[in-house]
Design a protein around this ligand. Structure first.
Ligand SMILES: [Zn+2]
Ligand SMILES: [Zn+2]
Length: 280
């Protein structure tokens, strides 16, 4: 399969302090595997997160954000003939911080091509925690898996309805450590509710291949959710969530051929937060 019409919209880089390689290295890696487009989607500065979250290992600081933007713009020009480069950002959604996030994004609104909304942080009785960080793994036993999924999808619904984001990142992330809901049907009802809201709000869902590199050993979201997305006619794009150069475009060919079997034949591309659809 040719990847000329395919974009990887979820790549990190060393600015976030837990990824290797600079922005230019990621552009070169994408060219090398024949992608038509690469999107930078590093973690947005997390200064607005509760203080027990170790933000210094999760994201760049606000002072570095202009540098990220300037470097992306330089690379857009430099590699113009070889690959399309898009500038995005992965923002952690926190309920109650909508105005803060909106104001921060507004300052850069003429620069960004797309904005991912992600939920990594939950608020529980022992405080805020990052459910996808092994550092907090003991909390799965403390709170119980179903209540984690429930809180997660409730939060995702608020994320979607906040009208701040273009794309929902790694939709069913709480399965990362192979911890699945006990009451599957009840959690799936919540999934459907979130999907319908995504459709109403004209948003896109990322098919994120990083799950293949984690315990769960499959993409986010799972195929049963992707089939519901197809039935609801929800647009998609691909993201590798690369934190290493070798992860750019990870498992894209395999996932695309499965998506084709379900019936998908288009991927979304963004330019200055406007969608267009490309056949693959
Ligand atoms: Zn990361
Ligand atoms: Zn993420």
């Amino acid at each position: 399969m040719n990847l000329k019409n395919v974009s990887d919209y979820h790549t990190h880089n060393q600015l976030c302090r837990h990824a290797a390689g600079n922005l230019e290295d990621y552009v070169k890696a994408a060219i090398k595997i024949g992608l038509g487009e690469i999107g930078f989607c590093d973690h947005f500065p997390m200064y607005y997160l509760p203080e027990n979250i170790p933000i210094e290992k999760y994201a760049m600081i606000m002072d570095e954000f202009p540098e990220y933007i300037n470097e992306a713009e330089r690379l857009k020009d430099k590699y113009n003939e070889q690959i399309s480069v898009k500038l995005g950002i992965e923002v952690d959604y926190i309920k109650g911080q909508e105005v803060e996030i909106s104001n921060a994004l507004k300052k850069f609104s003429d620069k960004l091509d797309f904005v991912f909304g992600a939920c990594h942080v939950l608020m529980d009785r022992l405080g805020a925690w990052c459910f996808d960080d092994p550092y907090f793994i003991a909390n799965y036993n403390i709170y119980g898996i179903d209540s984690i999924y429930e809180q997660y999808y409730d939060k995702l619904l608020h994320l979607v309805e906040s009208d701040l984001f273009d794309v929902v990142a790694h939709f069913d992330l709480p399965k990362k450590f192979r911890k699945f809901p006990k009451n599957h049907d009840r959690i799936f009802e919540k999934v459907i509710k979130v999907l319908k809201s995504i459709k109403r709000n004209d948003m896109v869902i990322e098919i994120n291949t990083s799950g293949f590199r984690k315990d769960v050993k499959e993409q986010y979201p799972s195929w049963d959710i992707i089939r519901e997305m197809y039935n609801l006619d929800i647009p998609i794009l691909l993201g590798s969530d690369a934190h290493l150069l070798t992860e750019v475009g990870y498992m894209f060919k395999e996932v695309l051929s499965e998506l084709k079997k379900i019936g998908f034949n288009q991927l979304v591309r963004f330019t200055k937060r406007k969608k267009e659809y490309i056949d693959f």
